[in-house]
Design a protein around this ligand. Structure first.
Ligand SMILES: NC(=O)c1ccc[n+]([C@@H]2O[C@H](COP(=O)([O-])OP(=O)(O)OC[C@H]3O[C@@H](n4cnc5c(N)ncnc54)[C@H](OP(=O)(O)O)[C@@H]3O)[C@@H](O)[C@H]2O)c1
Length: 243
């Protein structure tokens, strides 16, 4: 049974987007971690409960619902936001600028940048001040401006770049009073989930991770980060992704 080293004992952790491919794998992996006391699995739908998993349904994320949720939670050691959107039944990532629409941009930015920021607003004050705490939001390598060589995917790229800026800005403020904490972004690799399904056709199998593999590597990163890393974005293998 693994342990999250460097955190202490009886950890309370929360995962948002707990029914997603990566979110669910993170919940299961954390529930099997020896020093984790309780995993709060927050989702629009109710996840399955177990001895260590406490499901919380949140059909809509708003200031009000998140404030209520924060008031019901104990202090937390780790918060992971695994919410994200790339496509739905009506739209997919833009191949060129003619496919950009206001409606789709708003939707993608809302889910990928605004919701994680609102969640951070209400969850960062719940991190413990006396020992290591981590807030991590699932970002994506394509949110790196310096790494953008192919173009396309305007809304998704732009929303993840915006998320990365929010992470950096939240990290600066948070670090002033939470000296042991880190606020980071995580790139999970390309993972076999509903989000990546339509884009897996030409991928080599070896480059497509299972959600369990990705979740366990992401938790390795969470384990290793220190307050000096706050504001940075890390890939699943611990490599820093530059803005
Ligand atoms: N899969 C990949 O290859 C890949 C690559 C790079 C980055 N990422 C990032 O990793 C994160 C997790 O992705 P995934 O692959 O696990 O995707 P997924 O299986 O589609 O899960 C995404 C989850 O996000 C939440 N969500 C989606 N739309 C929402 C909305 N309108 N309001 C509130 N919550 C919403 C849902 O959580 P609930 O159902 O629990 O409410 C959904 O299950 C995302 O941020 C994604 O951008 C994934």
């Amino acid at each position: 049974m693994p342990r999250l080293e460097g955190f202490g004992d009886d950890l309370n952790v929360a995962v948002f987007g707990a029914s997603g491919g990566i979110g669910e794998a993170l919940v299961q992996s954390l529930a099997e971690t020896r020093n984790v006391n309780r995993v709060y699995a927050v989702s629009r739908t109710i996840c399955e409960a177990s001895q260590f998993i406490h499901p919380i349904g949140c059909p809509e994320y708003s200031d009000q619902t998140l404030r209520d949720l924060a008031s019901r939670l104990p202090n937390l050691d780790v918060v992971i936001c695994a919410i994200g959107l790339l496509h739905d039944d009506t739209f997919g990532p833009e191949k060129n600028r003619s496919q950009i629409t206001m409606q789709n941009m708003q939707k993608i930015f809302e889910v990928n940048a605004f919701l994680p920021t609102l969640i951070a607003k209400h969850m960062l004050p719940k991190l413990r001040k006396d020992r290591k705490g981590v807030f991590a939001a699932l970002s994506a390598r394509v949110g790196s401006i310096s790494d953008n060589r192919l173009g396309g995917w305007y809304s998704y790229r732009g929303s993840k770049a915006a998320l990365n800026m929010m992470i950096k800005t939240l990290a600066i403020e948070h670090g002033r009073s939470f000296k042991h904490s880190a606020v980071i972004g995580l790139h999970p690799g390309t993972v076999d989930t509903p989000l990546s399904k339509p884009f897996q056709t030409n991928m080599a199998k070896a480059n497509l991770f299972s959600p369990d593999f990705s979740a366990s590597r992401l938790l390795d990163v969470v384990e290793k980060v220190s307050p000096q890393d706050s504001g940075k974005i890390f890939a699943w293998d611990g490599e820093e992704i530059l803005p």
